[in-house]
Design a protein around this ligand. Sequence first.
Ligand SMILES: Nc1ncnc2c1ncn2[C@@H]1O[C@H](COP(=O)(O)OP(=O)(O)OP(=O)(O)O)[C@@H](O)[C@H]1O
Length: 258
Amino acid sequence: MIIINDLTKVYKLSKKQMLEQKTKKNMKKAVDQLSLTSKPGEIYGLLGPNGAGKTTALRCIATLLKPTQGKISVSGLDTVKDSEKVREKISFLTNEIKLDPQFSPKYMFNFFGRLHGQDEATIKRRREELFSYFGIKDFEDKKIEELSTGMKQKASIAVSLVHDPEVVIFDEPTNGLDIVTARSVTDYLRLLKEQGKTVIISTHIMSEAEKLCDRIGIIINGILVKEGTLPQILEQTQTDELEDAFFELYKQHNKEEA
Ligand SMILES: Nc1ncnc2c1ncn2[C@@H]1O[C@H](COP(=O)(O)OP(=O)(O)OP(=O)(O)O)[C@@H](O)[C@H]1O
């Protein structure tokens, strides 16, 4: 279970970042008083456009960023006070985390298994399971740098799950993947959900949120503007498709901002 209470994250911008973002302010509020609960046995989807604050929110849950304000609890543990224990319970996948190009998927899997304190027999069993599910066995001894984007992503997912975590936090898990690889990833997320894991993902793909997520939180400019099951969101926005609901909320929110 993930409980986020009133999470705000403000970045201090360097002069270079201020120039890049064409702003005179040296602060950027990336997440603004976000509260949500992601439960075991469900897939929660954080849906939003580029720069909405999805990655920032997920990085706060994964203990990689400290909230400026607010609290996050993961399996009953505080992400700031008990960060090490939280890290034992989670899997965190993001585009920015890259496996070392010089090593093979098998080497990396074993390495992270040992880092999590697993015994050799458990590491081997988990590797067999995950590598055969994701079709990694054929290239398990190849160097990561020789692998395609899809192969690398599958290897990263398998490595991130080595310790059989209770909570799975995947930032845009199907980004850049072909339809077959993307399907194997979303099918595996469904499997994790069936096993009772807490799964939270970020996405900007409407169809992924529609088909995969039990509940969806729509985040725009750091603010959670709507949350619910797909039917609830459609009913509340009086629309027939998530894309229309999203644009409705986007228009409304930008009006409020202006
Ligand atoms: N380290 C940082 N320093 C300063 N600003 C940052 C930093 N990381 C993110 N931001 C800014 O915070 C805002 C939210 O970014 P974030 O990456 O969380 O959004 P996102 O919804 O994940 O976007 P995307 O879909 O493009 O990955 C953006 O305006 C971004 O430019």
